[in-house]
Design a protein around this ligand. Structure first.
Ligand code: SF4
Ligand code: FES
Length: 249
């Protein structure tokens, strides 16, 4: 396939960015999207030109590092899929593909397609952990947790912290990420000790980092590669109200 690419190039956080045109030749349908970009970069190296910066690590959908907006959709057109798992068979010879970084004030561009997502690290550092000493791994069935509760907690814990939910939201809200992290701990007995302090601290940190609020439109759920449901946001709101009332009392 021959593909026409429009790729966001930006030299640094304060530089002006623009879409630049590239052509990718001999693209195999079996290549992943990131392998296609590797091939474009190899050709730029041969020409002595600056390569396109983009993030990736595991390239198998588990680390949350890849972060490209493909034709206006964070992680591209396939549902429940990270962009590193997107394959070129999804495109046709002659297609034009626009590739941009996550766009949110809280995720400033570092270079080209790479954004700084350390705001998510600050939210986790504010309370996304259990600091009580739980001892070693307990024997099976010593901490009884109903099956549906453990399944819901595990589903929430599947969030890989990629930030696509923020990139898809017109408010640049981090509510889906926040609610997944708050839910998986609030549902389990080990997370109860810090339950109220956690939700207040994490929401406060998200506000301080400039993420917007939620207007319940569901774009976050639609692009989430781990299909985290927005029901988590309702749970987070209940957790927040509960913590506020207890704090006032
Ligand atoms: S909720 Fe989904 S889209 Fe948001 S950070 Fe987690 S995995 Fe990524
Ligand atoms: S590179 Fe790890 S999830 Fe895409």
């Amino acid at each position: 396939m021959r593909l026409h690419l429009k790729i966001w190039r930006q030299a640094g956080p304060t530089a002006a960015g623009r879409l630049e045109d590239y052509t990718a030749d001999d693209v195999s349908a079996d290549m992943s999207f990131l392998e296609m970009l590797d091939v474009v970069n190899e050709s730029l190296v041969r020409q002595g030109r600056d390569t396109i910066a983009f993030d990736s690590d595991c390239r198998e959908g588990i680390c949350g590092t890849c972060s490209l907006v493909v034709n206006g959709i964070p992680h591209g057109p396939d549902r429940g899929t990270t962009v590193c798992q997107l394959h070129m068979r999804r495109f046709k010879d002659g297609n034009t593909i626009t590739i941009e970084p996550w766009r949110a004030r809280a995720f400033p561009v570092v270079k080209d397609l790479v954004v700084d997502r350390s705001a998510f690290d600050r939210i986790i550092a504010a309370g996304g952990y259990v600091s009580v000493n739980c001892g070693g791994a307990p024997d099976g069935n010593t901490v009884l947790i109903p099956k549906e509760v453990s399944e819901t907690a595990m589903d929430s814990a599947a969030c890989i912290g990629c930030g696509a939910c923020v990139a898809a939201c017109k408010n640049a809200s981090a509510h889906l990420f926040l609610s997944a992290k708050i839910s998986h701990l609030a549902l389990l007995p080990q997370g109860q000790v810090e339950r109220d302090r956690r939700v207040l601290a994490m929401v406060e940190q998200a506000d301080a980092d400039g993420f917007g609020s939620c207007s319940n439109e569901g774009e976050c759920e639609a692009v989430c590669p781990k299909e985290i449901p927005i029901a988590n946001i309702a749970r987070m709101t209940r957790e927040y109200l509960r913590a506020m009332l207890i704090a006032r009392r």
